[in-house]
Every structure is written in structure tokens, then in C-alpha cells.
Design a protein around this ligand. Sequence first.
Ligand SMILES: *Cc1c(COP(=O)(O)O)cnc(C)c1O
Length: 393
Amino acid sequence: MVTALLERGEISYYGREGEVEALETEFGAYVGAPFTLACSSGTAALHSAFFGLGLGTGDEVIAPTFTFLSTVMPLFVVNATPVLVDCEPDTGNIDPAVIEAAITARTRAVVVVHINGHSCDMERIVDICRRRDLRLVEDCSHAHGAMYTDTRVGTFGDVSVFSLQGAKLTAAGQGGLLLTASREIFERAVLLGHFRNRAFDDVTSDEYRPFATTGYGLNYRMHPLAAALARRQFEDLDAYIDGREANLGRLSEGLAAVPAVLPPARKAYVTRHPYFNYKPLYDAEAMGGLDRHLYIRALQAEGAPVGDSTSLPLHREHLFQVRDDLSRTYGRDPSRRVYADGDLPNAESYAERALRIPTYTDPRPRLIDQIIDAFDKVARARGALLDYARSNP
Ligand SMILES: *Cc1c(COP(=O)(O)O)cnc(C)c1O
């Protein structure tokens, strides 16, 4: 598909056409969304989603502290105020109980992320948003193909976004998709990052049509080659998820019987889990307080492909710990909360305990069993490892 495009010289589009249109149609049908808009990145799609909702100055948006920064940062660009909240201790997903507690008279929306591909607790989250009249954004960048009970993620929110960055479950290299059932959100999103032909194709309402020539200042169009790459990958998505469910389901079953490590939580409402990441949690207490890095080194010495999970919750980052930031462009909210280390303890503890194991897609039962054996062996070597730690401070 990619070389055919190159041979035809099809390397940019102006309207709704070609590979980009085909990707939108296919992915939109898979998730079940009436409107799909391809963008140049997931971050651009999130910006378009916030703009699509009409968020602006004075609006608070409740967001998880434990996420990749792009879930939150485009809120600054629409002058909205992110309100970071803590996660569930076991899944790393935003905790519905703390969403409700964070609502103020200024709250307009909630953005959730299905961390590692494990669906958030959507029934409770949707219920809160309905009762409190809040818009809901789903960042599904870890969760292509994931399901909550019998429903695909990406259909619960007023608008949802899937990144197609190179590491994601459907990869364009760079790219993102915005999905919505709302014509208004869709047209507004189109106008932020598209103008003239694409906007003429898609912006048809009396209210927004007059803005189609100029758009709203950005070019967020997806590259045709990126769309072609994503379409090819998308063909394999379901087989890919099946492979991961088999391998990592087996790994979780095995690890459940091993001390000092908790397999990633899988709530009963998760009926399809694409395992964007596989992150078991280390229980240092069960190892007599052994340092996580030593634990990981011991596993690695046994040949287990276990790594450190390095991402910090956002409230630990500089921008969220200072009153003033460098921007001279975005509006400033003097009441924006300044966070300190320790403020959102579940997210911090999750980040400190998480281990990372590669997400194997092809059948690897023998390798999976060897990894389980390595965890078991290291757990049984607890005494020796503690002696080692004491003599090598
Ligand atoms: C990758 C990712 C994004 C951003 O996507 P880009 O396409 O890299 O801009 C947003 N949110 C989450 C949770 C992600 O993992």
C-alpha cells in the first residue's frame, strides 16, 4: 500500500480522500463511532477534542495524574485548567471516587485514560458525568480494541482519541484519530486543524460552515503514508490482541502464585485487554524491604526480561509544582493548584512498584513459563538477596 502511494505520488491530501478517508471509515466502524477525524498525532487529536468540546478560560477539567503527558498538556492550549487526581492503586486508572470529590462549580469535563489497555471503570465514570453534567473525553491511546463488558472503549465519551504513534497497538508512526457521535464536536475539531477542502467536505452546519475557508489556525492533517501504514497494522489488531491475551494471561496466572509480585489487575468488567503494557507490581514488603532495583537485577540475572517502569505521575513534574510557567500565550489561572511530592499517593506508589515485561504477541508458552520460574526463584532467594543488600549498601 505504501509503495503504491509513492508510485502514484500520493503524498498529501487536501480533502477527505484516499488512505486517510479509508482509515477513518474502517477504524470508525470498528469502534462504532459515527464521525472519525484523522490527525497528525494523538496530541493533536486531543487538542482537537478539547477544542471540539468548546473548553476555554475558567473551565476545569479533571484528569488523571498517572498518564502520558499528552492527555493533559493540550488543555493548556485551550486555556482550560487541568485538575489532576489520583488513580486506583491496582490498575493505575483514574479513580472514580476521587473524580466526584474534585468537582467544583467550574468543572466542565473529565478526561480518562485506559492505562496499559485496561478499561477504566466506565459505568461509574459515565454515571458521574451524567449526574454532574460533565463532558467525557476518553484517551484510548493504550487501548485499541479494548472492551468494557460488551462495549468497545472509545464509545463511552462525548469524544475519544486513539494515538497511532509508533509504539501504539495500531501504528501510523505519527498520527491520531478522534471519534465522536456529535456532529458539533466533529465540525469544531475539523475546523481547528483543517481548512478549505477538508473543511468544505465535513463542515456542513449553518453555524460552522462560514468558518470552513479559514479554519482555526492549525494544520493537523495526517500524512497519507502514515494512514496507509496504520491501515495495514489495523488489519492485524485483533490477532495481535488474541496473542497477547494468551501469553500474558498465562503469565498473570503463573505470577499469581508467586510471592512478592502481583500480576497486573484485571477487573471483571474487562472482557478484552490488548495489554499495551504489561506491568506487574513489586511488593517490597514481601521481600523484607529489598530495593526494587536489586530485585529487578536479580530477575535479569535469571534471564527474565524485566525492566523498570520509569514514568512519573504528572503532578511530580516541574510544571505542576510551580505557580507560574513560561508561557506568555496561554491564559493563566491564578487558582491552578500547585502540587507537591506525596500529594497523590496511589499514583506515586503505583509508579514506584511497577515492573515492565515485554508484551509478547506470538505464542511463547515456554518463555512465559521460564519468566514465571525466574520470579519464583528470586522470591525463594529472599534471604540471600537481603544478605547481599546488607553487605553491599
Ligand atoms: C502516546 C500517547 C498519547 C499521544 O500520542 P502522540 O500520537 O504521540 O501525540 C496520548 N496519550 C497517551 C496515554 C499516550 O500513550
